[in-house]
Design a protein around this ligand. Structure first.
Ligand code: MGP
Length: 200
């Protein structure tokens, strides 16, 4: 059996099938809230992929976000960028934040997150996809959140384009306003809200 399995893994994928390549390598991370550890120690890399086939294999293998325990996150980031404010590519960046009501966990959460993943791996923001660092989903009892992180909160053109396309792809009604906040403001906020640098 072990010989067979080795043989199978060596020959998979078969040489003559084409794996649709992606523009960049992506890394999926998982965060589990363990209060005895630091925030960074609770963050784990799950795996990396750079083909469409490997994306679906991973997506189909892991729990849907709506099944995760409160306090957990998934993050999908470009390989080489850690899903934290401190990374060089995030330090001067920010996020388009989608805040969901408790009712939306059942109605919208999983499809919003899948659509977010597809926007990223499908380079949906044209030339401005270069500004994208990754995306995060926070499962929280007080209300779940999904965000796309970009690298430069001063890059108005990229941010407004990404926000417009993202809102449309999620099917957020025009009258619902989404906000973009810098990580610097998020990290130093004192109250429960961070001011928006941009809205879409
Ligand atoms: P959170 O997990 O992003 O949101 O941040 P949550 O749990 O909804 O809390 P709220 O404050 O937005 O209401 C929770 C806490 O995790 C933050 O206050 C930080 O202490 C820590 N944290 C979150 N992020 C994204 C980072 C990060 O990038 N770096 C570090 N060092 N800590 C972080």
């Amino acid at each position: 059996w072990s010989a067979l399995l080795t043989e199978a893994s060596v020959n998979f994928p078969p040489e003559n099938t084409t794996c649709l390549p992606m523009v960049v390598m992506w890394a999926l991370w998982f965060f589990k809230n363990d209060k005895s550890k630091t925030w960074q120690a609770n963050l784990r890399l799950i795996s990396k992929f750079d083909t469409v086939e490997d994306f679906w294999a991973l997506y189909n293998h892991i729990q849907l976000s709506s099944n995760l325990m409160s306090g957990c996150d998934y993050s999908l980031f470009k390989d080489g960028i850690e899903p934290m404010w401190e990374d060089e590519q995030n330090r001067r960046g920010g996020r388009w934040l989608i805040t969901l009501s408790k009712q939306q966990r059942k109605a919208d959460l999983d499809r919003f997150w899948l659509e977010t993943l597809l926007c990223l791996v499908g380079e949906a923001f044209d030339d401005h996809s270069d500004d994208v660092c990754g995306a995060v989903i926070n499962i929280r009892a007080k209300g779940d959140k999904i965000a796309i992180w970009t690298t430069d909160y001063e890059n108005k053109e990229a941010i407004t384009h990404i926000g417009r396309v993202y809102k449309e792809r999620l099917g957020v009604p025009p009258k619902v306003i989404i906000g973009y906040q810098s990580h610097a403001d998020t990290a130093t906020k004192s109250g429960s809200t961070t001011k928006n640098k941009f809205v879409a």
